[in-house]
Ligand binder design. Sequence first.
Ligand code: ATP
Ligand code: MG
Length: 495
Amino acid sequence: LSDINPGSNPRIIARPDHIVSRSMLSRNALKVLYRLNQAGFQAFLVGGGVRDLLLETAPKDFDVVTDAHPEQVRKLFRNCRLIGRRFRLAHVHFGPEVIEVATFRAMRDPARDADEDSGDEAPATSANGGGGHIDRVVDDSGRILRDNVYGSIEEDVWRRDFTANALYYNIDDFSIWDYVGGAQDIADRTLRMIGDPVQRYAEDPVRLLRAMRFAGKLDFSLHPDTARPIRAAGPSLLDVPPARLLDESIKLLMGGAGQATMALLREYDLLQYLFPMTDQVLSRDDTDHDRRMIEMGLANSDRRLAQDKPVTPIFLFCVLLWSPIRDLAMEFARQSEPHAEDEPPLDPQAVREATFEIVSRQQGRVSIPRRFAQSMSDILTMQPRFHHLQGRHAHRLYDHPRFRAAWDFLLLRYEAGEPGIAEQTIDWWREVQAMETEQAHEKLSSGGRSAGTGTGTGPRRKRRRRRGGRGRTRGPSDSGARPDGATPPDGGGDA
Ligand code: ATP
Ligand code: MG
């Protein structure tokens, strides 16, 4: 009943009545807006840019909408490229900054389309009018496959997802145009879908995830009407291409509020459609430390992002998938030593095989690129190698380009309370890293000490020779230290 349906008259919030000032926009965004405007087109800042400025946070990027067609935009900017198949967009490049310029698009409520199909109801605010035919292809479940018809700003509002994302900052007089009560929703910190939520989720199931992302990141509450259909609509995510889910997953987890967003994904039963194995780990209660590790891993990366430190999705995928990878590696080890009375220790080669196997099981949902899998395997196969405190293996570990990431990962496991990691192992590697390179190498030399794999509490403490057909592979450049000596910590760690 409380569907938000954009009317044709916006509430126009004049410059003195809002806090967005030109100085908050990037110079390049301003340049684009002004040039469009001077060429006689309408030009608005829209979407996350306006929303974030009203929330007094720095926007990630600036999106512009205009009534100029992409070809007209291209003529105005030398540094402009047209992209997109389903929608054509102009990208204006300024060094590393890209300003995305979209033409107003019609994407109206299909029910309305049916009712009003004959009418020319698009008010002629736009020089190019809403006069196009509706070029929209929808599949059986209502999902939009193609939609590339230009319209007016009144029509453009309809295709936006949430009211908070549908505010238009007009460069002509610095007012904000609000067709859907977005300014009030922002003030109330409410995330509310425009139109009929059931239908909007059906059109594009990724909106389910966007709801989680914005609620988590902005710390907004979901309006009850926006929240209610989410669980039932969850299975529609199974139809979304895994490549798109990869992009969206990275935004969900690495948007700065990964921990909060993960909690929402669980609360709304959506994690199972992205990371089913992780969802199972989080649903069990016999693996406290695995759950804790996921929580801590996400919290860490949120903290790093807040401090402008680099984070990589590879590390987070390691965090999400470690539990199934480790369990599978243990299973491989048991298979190769079926008569062992003790649990065999984790074996690097088994971890490697398990990593590729688990990543391939994950592909059907979120497609993890091959090069990610390779890096994950590097980080994870190094885990059992940390138990060699001295000797050839220890040197090689320390010189590995991914030593730092692997160390951070070991520390995370240890701090989450995963059994099998001795405190002396952690202390040892801390000491090594506190030293100058040369000293560190001295410490790693001499003898073949090993901390064993156990904490001293479990049966894994007893060490044994392992082989069982999966001996270590020799890499192509298995010749020990790199010529430049150690690869120092990448400087990004918190430890
Ligand atoms: P961010 O801060 O993550 O960039 P954003 O709101 O700008 O957030 P974008 O993905 O950059 O999000 O999209 C820009 C705008 O385009 C959104 O604010 C929204 O109005 C619209 N939009 C993007 N994706 C969708 C979608 N799947 N359905 C409806 N509208 C969308
Ligand atoms: Mg954006």
